[in-house]
Design a binder for this molecule. Sequence first.
Ligand SMILES: Cc1cc2nc3c(=O)[nH]c(=O)nc-3n(C[C@H](O)[C@H](O)[C@H](O)COP(=O)(O)O)c2cc1C
Length: 190
Amino acid sequence: MLRDLIIKNRSCRRFLESKKIEPGVLKDLIDLARLSPSGSNLQPLKYIISNEPTMNAKIFPHLGWAGYLTNWDGPGEGERPAAYILILGDTLIKKSFNCDHGIAAQSIMLGACEQGLRGCIIASINREKLRQDLNISGQYELLLILALGMPREKIALETVGKDGSIKYWRDKEGVHHVPKRKLEDIILSV
Ligand SMILES: Cc1cc2nc3c(=O)[nH]c(=O)nc-3n(C[C@H](O)[C@H](O)[C@H](O)COP(=O)(O)O)c2cc1C
């Protein structure tokens, strides 16, 4: 069921780095994005795949991980993503990309989750440095990066507590807790 997949599809930030993801798998995930909705059907998104340690190592230093976990600098060696999909906007097709990249990202993440992979949508990117390191043309706006791999962490979905905090947190066992607002708190009546 879609609901089960969405519940399973938590943002994961620690992976079995050595468990390689083949290019064909990544291409199939991008195909899900290709088939997803696009404003005016302009389809301005382009993608870059990375699944090799050398290229992965060029991407990783430019990413910001889990801003609320102030004592954690992101995944260590051996638990970093095995692959990345970079989502780019082609400015020759369109100058702004509305929510196309969000929809594409979620299609890819759900497809990955269905296959037993997990990942994290990353918008905290040192875009200029990454552009230089990967030699990405100015024609493309760097929109989002999807970090992917076999999961190596436990994640607990919870309801926002009395303190009202939406900040995710980790317990002593390293379980990552994600508070979600209650349904009745997000549906407005007018
Ligand atoms: C548009 C967007 C940007 C995000 N950027 C980052 C990011 O830069 N770094 C990060 O660690 N997580 C990032 N996330 C993941 C969120 O922190 C995550 O979705 C949130 O904590 C809720 O957890 P859940 O995805 O398991 O529901 C991003 C998510 C979205 C949708």
